[in-house]
Design a protein around this ligand. Structure first.
Ligand code: BES
Ligand code: MN
Ligand code: ZN
Length: 466
């Protein structure tokens, strides 16, 4: 159920509009033509125009009532406007039509994005009627840009929120196929997985076989090539290294990186991204069964390196390693970026709002950090500490998938160091989004459940390239 609201864009509200939202802020006085003692009202509610503040007042409209929402926009930054849009949307009950007046000089894209993302819901069963949002004034092109980003983010949320009883690897690949068809992308899926020992080993315990999905976008005249790799574990039991119940119950989220890649790919053309982009999603279910891989098994990753699987719950790095090595060997990327709910350690380090960024290339790191600040999908740079690389040595294979002493320290760094082995020295960034991929509550434009983290970030980054 992606965003079901279809926003419309007008220059003036209808004369009989019953629900009108009007901005005010630190540098923006509310319009003088409201039939209200606005100053007294705002003083009464101690409203200062901060983003998130909404003061509702009823006004006579003929023999009926018009509700006016005075909404704060703060200093008018993109973050302020996302929050402002979200606060207005949250005041609207399903089915109601709200007319949101767009502040004149504001970043209309951010306002639209916030309003649309906050009105996202995911339901299986009784459907909620979405609000009907009309933007009044503002740059229509910018508003549509915001809508594009919001719709892509909502698609990623839908994919994450879908239960794993539905969401098999084949289902996820099929969603990618549909996105490709409607966005004019190339689509390929590999189910034979010859040479992809990591994806096969992780998927071998499941009744639902694994696959590698490849989506391609090649705008005319593009020279640079970015490859995005997403972790698409449709459910992570931990495998034979079984997770406890508490850690397992949210593991339908473990394909959030793959969901972000699919959603970003689907929006590239509309967003006018000027570079070539390939999206790879390594889809598998990490199941617990008699055919599951065992702790101590040795697998051969794409390209021939062997890995001793000491912990079957460190499965994400095994599927990503194959995809990264494949990208390096076959796709000649100028930039490689992977996104994955990879470690609980990243979640502990940075919490639920920030993604962990690892990078082997300074300009790439700087561009991603900047895109994160601009779009709201914020990142924090983490270190690739060479001294820890030896912890991943194996007694019998080229590498172990976890520290064989099981020290458990710096788990997110260790996972990143493991992945780096498969990137062929190319400019590479790794986003560990185990924390921010899922939210425990509605907050601003974020909704409870899957957040679509990474979609806004990657679209912002890719749109900034030339
Ligand atoms: N999918 C999990 C990581 C995860 C944890 C994502 C919490 C979201 C929330 C990953 O496959 C995993 O199980 N990682 C292990 C690695 C460990 C065995 C080295 C972890 O973090 O415990
Ligand atoms: Mn796991
Ligand atoms: Zn996992």
């Amino acid at each position: 159920m992606p965003i079901e609201t279809t926003p419309t864009f007008v220059t003036e509200p209808a004369a009989d509009a019953q629900f009108v939202a009007v901005p005010f802020g630190r540098d923006l006085a509310p319009p003088a033509d409201l039939p209200l003692p606005v100053d007294a009202l705002l003083a009464h509610y101690e409203a200062k125009g901060e983003p998130g503040e909404v003061v509702e007042v009823p006004v006579a409209l003929g023999s009926g009532i018009r509700r006016v929402l005075l909404y704060g926009v703060g200093g008018g930054s993109a973050a302020d406007l996302r929050k402002a849009g979200a606060s207005v949307a949250r005041k609207v009950k399903g089915g109601a039509r709200v007319w949101i007046r767009v502040p004149e000089t504001a970043d209309a894209a951010a306002l639209a994005e916030g309003a649309l993302l906050a009105s996202y819901t995911f339901r299986i069963g009784a459907v909620r009627t979405p609000p009907d949002i009309v933007f009044v004034g503002g740059d229509e092109e910018a508003l549509r840009r915001g809508e594009t980003v919001a719709r892509a983010t909502a698609l990623a949320r839908d994919l994450v929120n879908t239960p794993s009883s539905i969401k098999s690897p084949a289902w996820l690949a099929d969603q990618a196929r549909q996105v490709a068809a409607s966005a004019g992308l190339g689509f390929r899926e590999d189910t034979a997985l010859d040479g992809f020992g990591g994806i096969r080993a992780v998927g071998q315990g499941s009744a639902y076989p694994p696959r590698l999905v490849e989506l391609t976008y090649a705008p005319e005249g593009a020279t640079r090539h970015v490859v995005l790799v997403g972790k698409g574990i449709t459910f992570d039991t931990g495998g034979l290294s079984l997770k406890p119940e508490e850690g397992m119950k949210t593991m339908k989220t473990d394909m959030a990186g793959g969901a972000a890649v699919i959603a970003v790919m689907g929006a590239l053309a509309t967003a006018g991204v000027p570079v070539r982009v390939t999206g790879l999603v390594a889809c598998a279910e990490n199941a617990f069964s008699g055919s599951a891989q065992r702790p101590g098994d040795v697998i051969t990753q794409y390209g021939g390196r062997t890995v001793e699987v000491l912990n079957t719950d460190a499965e994400g790095r095994l599927v990503l390693a194959d995809a990264l090595a494949y990208a390096d060997a076959e796709l000649a990327p100028d930039v490689l970026i992977d996104i994955a709910t990879l470690t609980g350690a990243a979640k502990i380090a940075l919490g639920l709002r920030l993604g962990a960024l690892y990078a082997t290339d300074e300009p790439l790191a700087a561009a991603l950090l900047a895109a994160g600040e601009a779009t709201g999908d914020r990142l924090w740079r983490m270190p690739l500490i060479d001294d820890y690389r030896a912890d991943l040595d194996s007694d019998i294979a080229d590498l172990a998938n976890v520290d064989r002493r099981m020290s458990g320290s710096a788990g997110s760094v260790a996972a990143a160091l493991f992945l780096r082995e498969f990137t062929g020295g190319r400019p590479w960034a790794h986003l560990d989004v185990a924390g921010p991929a899922r939210s425990t509550a509605d907050d601003g434009e974020i909704t409870k459940g899957g957040t679509g983290f990474g979609v806004r970030l990657l679209l912002g980054y890719l749109a900034s390239l030339s």
